[in-house]
Ligand binder design. Sequence first.
Ligand code: DLL
Length: 433
Amino acid sequence: MSKYYDKVETISREELTELQSKRLVELVKRVYENVPTYRAKMDAVHIKPEEIRSIADISKLPFTEKQDLRGNYPFGLFATPMKDIVRLHASSGTTGKLTVVGYTKNDLHAWSKVVARALTAAGVTADSIVQVSYGYGLFTGGLGLHYGVEEMGATVVPTSSGNTQRQIMLMKDFKADVLCCTPSYAIYLAEEVKKENLSLDELNLKVGIFGAEPWSEEMRQVIEKSLKIKAFDIYGLSEITGPGVACECEYHDGSHISEDYFYPEIIDPVTGEPLPYGQEGELVFTTLCKEGLPLIRYRTHDITSLNIEPCRCGRTFVRMNRVTGRSDDMLIIRGVNVFPSQIESVLMRNCNVEPYYQIIIDRVNNLDVMEIDVEVNDSMFSDKVKELESLKRALESDLQSNLSVSAKVKLVGSNTLPRSEGKAKRITDNRKI
Ligand code: DLL
């Protein structure tokens, strides 16, 4: 069994640049001819398709924002007639309309291929039984993973999310060795397995493929230990295709981006200037092959950096480091930028803390106040008031030194905070700003 799904994953950087250049030139011509919004955007900056001759010219092109998709709701940015669109997905944001995405048959095939690459990189083989516990429906997680599993010839168990007891029963009876879901659902599943007094040896799980929300290295360790598996990060977003835009290999040192399909750039989120490899900024993608909804320089608002160093696995595709947060999810507390992932890292480093927390921000007398509710093991609550007090103080002091801003910690008993079956919601910002 090959450790790569596709030969292209190991081509030389020179060949890759040539392929990307050829695809970009065709893409720009196609969108200019078929998508009025892109024609208008390019005309506005006086760029003609003929001026884009190689991938090096990409920074001459204007960005695409989520607002462009919303403003053209539902199908205004599609570059093919509706008769060629065979599937629609949509993602809901916190505000406004849904973002709708459409796929041609070729788009779906390309998507299945990149997911098959991701699964292969995580060690999935044609003999694997893969339980897909991402939600099926308009969300791209369920169906995205589903067709990738079929593409590579493994067996898919399409449980979707929720109904946790039944998930666990099926996982045990069907002997699934691979689990795909959000990291927060993986934690919840592990907790339920424990509650049912099932031993992990009764399950056959070996690998988890987790994504759709930011998660920290510390959270990986918690999941690996509580489910006795190897956990892999998978990244993606509906606008670009869905899960599988990037995935980790066995070295767990960043996720390889399928660069033959999705051209990544890192930009300064404020000025929009491209940043060199290694520097942290906002991730931007150009879909080099998409037919239904091609996007040029789409601003993801995800904050990360790219690593061009050759990887020991032999893949030549650039690696993106973990997403540390979204530029629009960044909390500004008393003027200090705080990413929820930093808070998670601090909390998870403490072994008395359970992997459930909520961040609540208020404004009291014109001052931002951050409270972090975190679950601790019930045994801590028995008769150890002093220990509880010292844990609280330790967490507050760790948070202060890591975030440079103070937070009030409230320790709560187990099973008191909400559990998540999909993307976890951990922030309540009560400031009216
Ligand atoms: O979440 C696609 C997906 C499904 C990815 C299943 C992985 C697994 P959207 O609902 O459009 O698509 O949300 C995309 O989720 O811009 C990131 O902010 C976040 N995100 C996705 N994967 C990761 C990850 C799917 N591995 C948005 N780490 C993206 C951190 C992630 N954030």
